[in-house]
Unconditional design. Structure first.
Length: 342
């Protein structure tokens, strides 16, 4: 346990110290997120590139861990594709790139991760029941999962502290599960990411002084997607149903976004003002109130995932039905115009 506390504390301190420095550099280089009347909810330009502080804190944490124990050199397998995602986000923050790159490069990074030994070999759908996956199907599902979750976090990054806070909740659940089932590698990395997020969030929570930017949201999405499947499964590639449950909020957001755009005949990739936080803001809630409500929703999914870890079939089915009903109620409560009858 002391190892986890040391890793958490180290990256937390690094993130606390690095974030103001990154903010200064973003201001100096004029890397701002400018407000607009369509999607943005802030009213003044704010520096982005917050993902740089999180990435550097994680990198320093991993270097220290490898220096203390060379056995953890295996982390490089994750850091190579993660670095590609991070650089994609930095390029988008600084120069602006097409939306398609947010599909192409994560797919390439997922393929690289697969080549480096990360596999999906079976799906654990409940107590004592696993479904074996052919190699090709495991590869396809891995790519879809990583690309989907990476972009789902990019979608929810629209209010101060939302994406970072949801990431913190999800990573906390992954850390707890990883420790319980003995996944030390995932637990160590989750502890470091939790520390980096905890050090960054005070600067990002409303009123934010720096944004994650795509360098942060894409980075967090990819990392959380990897940790969710590794930290809740096993090293042989078995993935638990717990993984999509604890990521229920960003998955639901992404699914609703795609469905409503398709239903309305709109392009699927470009951003719009129809996300969960926009709909809640339209109900005259403050940014802080919106973010706290979505934190609670994310925590419910995370706690449900923990409850499913060793649940019986009866409890599993009951909990999934209750979550499904809650999601349907939430979507109807937000009154998406695409679903209203004329």
């Amino acid at each position: 346990m002391w190892s986890y506390l040391l890793l958490f504390s180290g990256t937390l301190i690094c993130s606390l110290l690095l974030t103001p420095l990154v903010r200064q550099q973003a201001i100096r280089r004029r890397v701002f997120d400018h407000p607009d009347l369509e999607r943005r909810v802030h009213t003044a330009p704010l520096p982005r590139l917050g993902g740089v502080a999180i990435y550097l804190a994680l990198l320093l944490g991993c270097l220290v861990l490898v220096w203390l124990d060379h056995a953890w050199i295996s982390f490089w397998r994750l850091f190579l594709p993660v670095t590609l995602i991070f650089l994609l986000g930095v390029a988008d923050d600084v120069f602006g790139i097409g939306e398609r790159w947010k599909l192409v490069l994560p797919a390439f990074s997922a393929t690289l991760l697969y080549a480096l030994g990360y596999r999906l070999t079976s799906l654990s759908l409940g107590p004592n029941f696993s479904l074996a996956l052919p190699g090709w199907l495991g590869f396809v599902l891995l790519v879809i999962w990583l690309v989907g979750i990476t972009n789902a976090f990019n979608l929810i990054d629209g209010a101060d502290g939302l994406a970072a806070g949801v990431s913190l909740i999800v990573v906390s659940a992954v850390l707890a599960i990883s420790i319980l089932i003995g996944q030390r590698e995932s637990a160590f990395f989750a502890a470091m990411l939790l520390g980096a997020l905890s050090g960054f969030l005070p600067y990002n929570f409303y009123p934010a002084s720096i944004f994650l930017g795509d360098s942060g949201s894409l980075l967090l999405g990819f990392l959380v997607a990897v940790l969710a499947i590794r930290g809740t499964g096993n090293p042989t590639g078995t993935v638990s149903i717990v993984a999509p449950i604890i990521l229920g909020l960003p998955i639901t957001e992404a699914a609703v976004t795609l469905l409503r755009r398709w239903h309305a005949g709109q392009p699927l990739l470009p951003g719009d003002r129809g996300h969960f936080h926009h709909k809640l803001l339209d109900r005259n809630l403050s940014q802080r109130q919106v973010v706290m409500r979505l934190y609670v929703a994310s925590a419910i999914f995370a706690i449900s995932g923990l409850a499913l870890l060793n649940a019986s079939w009866g409890i599993t089915i009951l909990l999934l039905v209750l979550l499904g009903l809650a999601v349907i109620w939430g979507i109807r409560h937000l009154r998406y115009f695409e679903y209203e009858r004329n």
